[in-house]
Ligand binder design. Structure first.
Ligand code: SF4
Ligand code: SF4
Length: 340
């Protein structure tokens, strides 16, 4: 018995328009030729054909590259601080891939566990995620090794699968169920539609051929931690450009800076990277001045330290750090070749 809904691709524009009444709708688009989640222009649904994944991950919608924390003014009595209005506008992100949806679930742990981040959480709590199964994974993708299927996700509100002229729509959360219940364009899916969706998902799963073995990875990294020779070899070609971390959907390091003109200014936080030599620079020392220590930190943070704190690996296998690296540094080879 079929339980899901379906929607014609040609009706997507109408549905996005309806959702735009209630939400700020974000869709994959090309800004200067680079795929990113941008505010929908109210017309274009061409991304349905060209979209594979965005370069800038959807974390930017909740944890922007640069964000004002507060503004301040100084007078004779001292500093006066003004907080920005809480950003509670309702975002609907259409087309998020299962790997990136998982990355938000991972970031949620970071931004809620030891403190409730007042900038991230209001945006996140007001967002709706509409997942779109990934049918053309890159050869750099290895999501299936991290328990993610390119065609399926429980980290979204609705999950869509391309079944030809239509999308099969699965209701994942109550929020998603209510949203699609109001959509005049949605109709009941048939058993044949569901069977087709299952075939599509299985085919997508088989297309992810790059793999890592995560069994015992935490202990292997712990054992190799002091192996300077290994980390020096691994780090040799890295340029310390930071791309692999800035564009990693689970990386969340930030720096804080004040901009001050005369007596008024603002404090900002902006993405930072453990790949940069000055990231750990302190007045008297820098514990990660050497490149191999920084590369080790990046790998161990995701596969050793994060699992120690949150019982989950902080990598989704999205492959961005491989395909966007200017020198083809490859985290899967680093993990594969760990000395035992
Ligand atoms: S993207 Fe490549 S070169 Fe740049 S810091 Fe990462 S590993 Fe190094
Ligand atoms: S470490 Fe690489 S593959 Fe893993 S989530 Fe980050 S960018 Fe994606």
């Amino acid at each position: 018995m079929a339980n899901n809904k379906k929607i014609n691709k040609k009706d997507m524009g109408g549905l996005l328009k309806e959702w735009s009444q209630e939400f700020t709708v974000f869709v994959p688009s090309k800004e200067s030729g680079v795929a990113t989640m941008s505010k929908w222009d109210g017309k274009d649904t061409g991304f349905i054909d060209w979209y594979r994944n965005t370069v800038k991950p959807a974390k930017a919608n909740f944890f922007p590259p640069m964000e004002e924390m507060f503004s301040f003014q100084k007078d004779r009595e001292g500093y006066h601080i003004e907080l920005p209005a809480s950003d509670e506008h309702k975002q609907l992100i259409f087309g998020i891939r299962p790997c990136d949806a998982r990355s938000l679930a991972i970031l949620d742990m970071t931004f809620t566990e030891s403190y409730q981040d007042p900038y991230y959480l209001p945006k996140r709590n007001n967002a709706v995620l509409i997942g779109l199964g990934c049918l053309r994974p890159y050869d750099s993708c290895f999501c299936t090794s991290l328990g993610i299927s390119p065609g399926e996700s429980t980290d979204v509100d609705l999950m869509l699968t391309d079944i030809g002229d239509q999308f099969l729509v699965e209701e994942i959360t109550q929020k998603g169920k209510e949203l699609i219940a109001r959509a005049s364009q949605a109709e009941k899916a048939t058993e044949a539609d569901e069977a087709r969706a299952n075939e599509v998902k299985e085919a997508a799963y088989r297309k992810v051929t790059r793999r890592i073995d995560t069994e015992g990875i935490k202990d292997k990294l712990l054992a190799a931690f002091e192996n300077q020779d290994y980390w020096e070899k691994v780090a040799a070609k890295c340029l310390s450009c930071g791309i692999c971390t800035l564009l990693c959907p689970t990386c969340y390091c930030f720096d804080i800076n004040d901009e001050l003109v005369k007596r008024q200014g603002a404090r900002f936080r902006s993405w930072d990277s453990c790949a940069f030599p000055i990231y750990t620079k302190m007045p008297m020392e820098n514990p990660r001045e050497e490149k191999w220590r920084r590369v080790r930190q990046k790998v161990c943070h995701k596969f050793e330290f994060y699992p120690m704190s949150f019982s989950t690996i902080a990598c989704t296998g999205c492959g961005r750090c491989i395909r966007l690296c200017p020198v083809n540094w490859d985290i899967t080879l680093t993990l594969d070749r760990l000395p035992s």
